[in-house]
Design a binder for this molecule. Structure first.
Ligand code: FES
Length: 236
């Protein structure tokens, strides 16, 4: 029983994400600025607290975000194809005066926060400007996939949001689609073969069933117009 109280996400082969340890589940939507660039995350819903639950990974549940067993009916093939290498081993670096950026494109889910105010690369290259530095830090923290990380060049440390451990069901009304599961606060994710992926503060898990980088989201939900049925959110 002890294991059930440890915070962890376990992936079932061709099945759901099993969540243990009473991890809070919320719904977050992307809010855009006046120029239509994704700007911030807004909390829309807090789900009832559950000690354990199963989240749909195939995109076919009729009770999203929870699993209803439809992965079996639809013969879901959920093979985990993501690299087991570390984030940094696949990241390129951009060095600015006060900030360094590491950017692992393999993790991109196309949320699009990085494009505003001239783009994250430009902002990091001009990080001796306090305004540019502040926006670069905001953008990286909003990058739910964890593709982007900014580092303080003086201390050599990454600058990360201080998340409460939680999972966010995301919606992207700017694109008219439902987004991935945003895993926040360094929750271990165990592969269906028992390995544990690198534990990170921010990662996104595919819940549409179509990512080519499972278990992580690769943005395919946008191309397929994934909709989890929350029309009221998507129309806002
Ligand atoms: S949720 Fe993004 S690719 Fe499936």
């Amino acid at each position: 029983m002890t294991e059930n109280y440890k915070k962890i996400i376990k992936i079932v082969k061709n099945g759901p994400f099993l969540v243990y340890g009473g991890i809070p589940l919320v719904k977050l939507i992307i809010s855009s600025n006046d120029s239509n660039y994704p700007y911030e995350w807004i909390e829309k819903q807090v789900y009832p607290q559950l000690e354990e639950y199963a989240l749909c990974r195939c995109g076919k549940s009729e009770n999203k975000p929870f699993c209803d067993g439809n992965h079996e009916k639809f013969d879901f093939e959920g093979m985990e194809t993501a690299s087991r290498e570390s984030y940094l081993s696949g990241a390129k670096e951009i060095n600015g005066p006060e900030l360094k950026l590491t950017d692992n494109r393999d993790l991109c889910n196309h949320a699009g926060f990085c494009n505003r105010a001239g783009g994250i690369d430009y902002l990091v290259l001009h990080s001796d400007d306090p305004k540019a530095k502040k926006i670069a830090i905001q953008i990286a923290g909003n990058c739910n996939s964890g593709r982007l990380v900014v580092w303080d060049k003086k201390t050599g440390k990454s600058i990360e949001p201080d998340f409460e451990t939680s999972i966010a069901v995301t919606e992207e009304p700017d694109k008219g689609v439902s987004g991935p599961l945003w895993v926040r606060g360094a929750i271990p994710i165990e592969s269906s073969n028992g390995d544990t992926y690198e534990v990170r503060n921010r990662v996104t898990l595919c819940r549409c069933g179509e990512s080519s980088n499972k278990p992580f989201c690769d943005g395919t939900h946008i191309m397929i117009g994934f909709n989890d049925g929350d029309e009221s959110i998507l129309k806002e």
